[in-house]
Design a protein around this ligand. Structure first.
Ligand SMILES: Nc1ncnc2c1ncn2[C@@H]1O[C@H](COP(=O)(O)OP(=O)(O)OP(=O)(O)O)[C@@H](O)[C@H]1O
Ligand SMILES: [Mg+2]
Length: 250
């Protein structure tokens, strides 16, 4: 059901369940996401993160399940690969399916926002991986979504490009204020960006932690390190695996 539930929350699930055959992947997920809230979703490989994201994107019509789900109609999804259409140019990718007058102008403005002014006529194959992901972000944000769903959007990028993308995503979110669900394997990425971090384990939300650190956040901040230790523990990384500085801070 794609409706606006109004009030403070844009996402609401109750007893959300999804499974494949005998295997239950999501068990009774109760999740609220507030308007403009940035939520990061961590969890081991196979814990059901993408299954939950696809449910919120309503892309899982082929997956049996039950429960209540309310999400806004204005949604955008970004994946690990940019999923640009290779046979149309960058600007046309950004505005594909966009209705109304001024679509091209809005597309140009979105490309400028992600630092790609002047590349409107390029083909997707002429862009680097990081640039293609920026086009994917422009394509999402040009629709002014109330909910941005991102499944490891920076997972395939090198470390330096990823840092740049973190800064860009923070700027874009500050300007457009969508609610965000960001699936990531990277605990630091979650702590740098999110207002709240969830850990999914065996189909349940095992941890739901508010991150009340000031921005811009710093890896070396003792509170950051404490949050990281807690999240790593929840992900099954034991104290013996932590760095010495983390043990001291926790
Ligand atoms: N189409 C499908 N058919 C059968 N099983 C599936 C299907 N899609 C996912 N699964 C199973 O559901 C479980 C959760 O998968 P999901 O992709 O949600 O995990 P994930 O947390 O996103 O993992 P990763 O971090 O590796 O991306 C896995 O055990 C997976 O094998
Ligand atoms: Mg996944």
């Amino acid at each position: 059901m794609a409706t606006d539930i109004g009030g403070l929350n844009v996402v609401r699930t109750r007893a959300l369940r999804r499974g494949f055959g005998e295997r239950v992947v999501l068990r009774d997920i109760d999740l609220d996401i507030a308007r403009g809230e940035f939520v990061a979703l961590l969890g081991r490989s196979g814990s059901g993160k993408s299954t939950l994201l696809r449910a919120l994107a309503e892309l899982d019509y082929d997956v049996p399940g039950s429960g209540e789900l309310t999400v806004p109609a204005e949604r955008a999804v970004v994946f690990q690969d940019s999923r640009l259409l290779p046979w149309i140019r960058v600007l046309d990718n950004v505005i594909l399916g966009l209705r109304g007058t001024g679509a091209a102008e809005r597309g140009r403005a979105a490309l400028a926002e992600v630092g790609l002014a002047g590349r409107e006529k390029a083909w997707p194959r002429e862009l680097s991986g990081g640039e293609q992901q920026r086009v994917a972000l422009a394509r999402s944000l040009v629709r002014e979504p109330e909910l941005l769903l991102a499944d490891e959007p920076f997972g395939a990028l090198d470390a330096l490009t990823r840092i740049r993308m973190h800064v860009l995503l923070q700027d874009l979110c500050a300007r457009h204020k969508p609610a965000v669900l960001l699936v990531t394997h990277d605990v630091d990425e979650a702590l740098l960006l999110a207002d709240r971090v969830l850990v999914l384990d065996e189909g349940r939300i095992a941890l739901d932690q508010r991150i009340d650190l000031e921005r811009p956040r710093r890896h070396g901040d003792p509170a950051f390190i404490r949050h990281r230790s807690l999240l790593l523990a929840s992900l099954g990384v034991g104290a013996d695996d932590l760095h010495e500085e983390e043990k001291q801070a926790s």
